[in-house]
Design a protein around this ligand. Sequence first.
Ligand SMILES: Nc1ncnc2c1ncn2[C@@H]1O[C@H](COP(=O)(O)OP(=O)(O)OP(=O)(O)O)[C@@H](O)[C@H]1O
Ligand SMILES: [Mg+2]
Length: 253
Amino acid sequence: MLTVKNLNAGYGKLQVLYDVSIEVPGKGITVVVGPNGAGKTTLLCSIMGIANVFSGEVLFEGAPITGQLSYMLAKKGISYVPQMGNVFAELTVMDNLQMAGYLMARDEVKHKAEQMTEMFPVLKKFIDRKAVTLSGGERRMLAVAMGLMKNPKLMLLDELSTDLAPIIAERVMLEVARLRDELGITILFVEQMAKRALEIGDTAYLLVSGGLKFAGKACDLLHEPELAGLYLGIKQAPAGGPVQIIPSSEGSG
Ligand SMILES: Nc1ncnc2c1ncn2[C@@H]1O[C@H](COP(=O)(O)OP(=O)(O)OP(=O)(O)O)[C@@H](O)[C@H]1O
Ligand SMILES: [Mg+2]
């Protein structure tokens, strides 16, 4: 569905990405993992026409979209949930959903907003509260719901789990899997919770210092001892049996 070919990109004259090529197949989850500063957000920004593309090409459903502005991409069915600043803090949950549906017919906005509050009951509960009063996890759900308002074919999600308690991050992860399984949405997912993201993902890329170190099946990267251990901090279970968990003597978990 989305193809990035030999992309060299960055900000101003600063180059961040070097010859990056990725393929995002339809109706699956493609995960991009890698250490801080590797260029994951920059990759999404390059696709969304926010970062500078020096050379290379981005294709959506076979047609070139390189450098096109976000609103044009939104019209084509691409929705982007940025890492930061993805909701309007001073607006209510309902107003945020309506903002996300701008340019849509009023009836359709109403219908989609109802659908979103059914999908994310927590939003229904807090429909009249300002987004600034929501918890981190609730705010991420709102950002995803806003991204879904326009019925996207492809969603780009940047670090939904950052700053979230593990149990909330897990819920957000399950929601992402649900977007694929129940709505058939194609997802390009940048995530720091690498292990969990690779478990729910289908295709995976490992980005290190602006270049690709792995391209293939998510489960293969998960079980690649050298790369997963070195760059993602994923420990492999020893051949002899399950990992042994040593209880902490302080009892602090
Ligand atoms: N607007 C910008 N102007 C200049 N340099 C930038 C800008 N945004 C990011 N960079 C630099 O580009 C590099 C890649 O940053 P990027 O945000 O893409 O990394 P990332 O993989 O998303 O990291 P993280 O996991 O911390 O979110 C970093 O060295 C960063 O300092
Ligand atoms: Mg980032």
